[in-house]
Design a protein around this ligand. Structure first.
Ligand SMILES: O=C(O)CCC(=O)C(=O)O
Ligand SMILES: [Fe+2]
Length: 337
């Protein structure tokens, strides 16, 4: 069984053998090797063979479209400003974020009622009466005025799947680390216990009067340990920076696959072995070119801490690290919480 397909671009890795109880050790090792290659070379790969039904992948986009089609006052009901304390939940209208000099803010004044790059953020559901509720990235979600079965249930079911998948991917990544480091397979499992998991449902609208300096999302790296991104089939726009050839490589949409990318935190924990690659999203000016995506960030358990797994450096605490990344980002809110 081949677990990797590259065709000169971002590799596709089929993780079926990791999930199958009957797979051979050699098959599993092949998956680990394919993920290791992709994560050290590109910091990105397409993941298939995850076992999540296609219907569930389609459903999340239906829910997303329902939300973004709500009239503005309904979206405003769940504006991030309503989120408890510093829990960062809800609707973010198009933002002003400037990541690079010479690049226009992600959002310029829309000339019509067509906007681009708005997001609805969901996190781990922590009840308002929990003592931690309202602290950084922790608290109850804000739910819009939509039928529970069409929105909340779909999203929470998807989120639960993402946590399971993130656990599997983290385990695979650990197995791919240099043997000389002697890491036990569960060394990063603590990341996925009650983790901070901001999930951004994103909607990019067409851009009026396209300016070449303007992006849907300008070049950035994610702060997370790993990101699991679902792109809408039939769309394009995501690109990753590949230093060896100094070029932006498109990240194609795979029908049933997720894009996995390594975030800054994983890069830190693996002493740079796995690459947190810069990426960006290009938008288009055609009226009918909307794009939806869902980005799930495994930031990790906010109290989890470890030194880099090669034994170097000092202990990094997840919560402190993600918070410092946020502070560094202009506007205090990066593309990935
Ligand atoms: O929408 C996408 O495809 C990517 C979004 C992204 O990179 C982010 O939210 O960090
Ligand atoms: Fe990103």
């Amino acid at each position: 069984m081949s677990s990797e397909k590259s065709e000169g671009g971002i590799p596709t890795v089929d993780i079926g053998a990791i999930l199958s109880p009957t797979a051979t050790e050699a098959d599993r090792r092949q998956v680990v090797e394919a993920v290791r290659y992709a994560s050290t070379t590109f910091g990105f790969f397409n993941l298939v063979g995850h076992g999540i039904p296609r219907a569930q992948l389609r459903q999340i986009f239906e829910s997303s479209k329902l939300f973004f089609a709500l009239p503005e006052e309904k979206r405003r009901d769940v504006h991030v400003g309503q989120a408890l304390g510093r829990s960062f939940r809800g609707w973010e209208p198009p933002l002003i974020q400037q990541h690079q000099e010479g690049v226009l803010p992600d959002t310029k004044e829309p000339k019509t009622d067509i906007t681009f790059f708005e997001t609805f953020i969901i996190g781990r559901e922590v009840p308002a009466d929990d003592p931690e509720a309202g602290t950084f990235l922790t608290g109850p979600n804000l739910w819009p005025d939509l039928p529970t079965e069409d929105f909340q249930e779909v999203i929470l079911a998807y989120q639960a799947r993402m946590v399971e998948l993130a656990r599997v991917v983290v385990r695979i990544l650990v197995q791919g680390l240099p043997e000389a480091w002697g890491c036990p397979p569960d060394v990063l499992d603590g990341l996925t216990v009650d983790p901070a998991i901001p999930m951004r449902m994103l909607h990019y609208g067409p851009v009026k009067e396209k300016d070449p300096r303007q992006f849907g999302v300008a070049a950035h790296t994610d702060f997370s340990a790993i990101t699991i991104l679902l792109q809408q089939p039939g769309t394009e726009g995501l690109q990753v920076w590949y230093p060896p050839t100094d070029e932006w490589i498109p990240v194609p949409v795979s029908e049933d696959g997720f894009v996995i990318n390594i975030g800054d935190l994983m890069q830190q924990y693996t002493a740079g072995y796995y690459r947190s690659a810069r990426h960006r999203v290009i938008t288009f000016s055609e009226e009918d070119k909307h794009r939806y995506s869902v980005a799930f960030f495994l930031d990790g358990n906010l109290q989890f801490k470890t030194k880099a797994l090669d034994g170097s450096g000092t202990e990094i605490v997840v919560g402190e690290y993600v918070y410092s990344c946020l502070n560094r980002t202009l506007g205090a809110r990066g593309p990935s919480l």
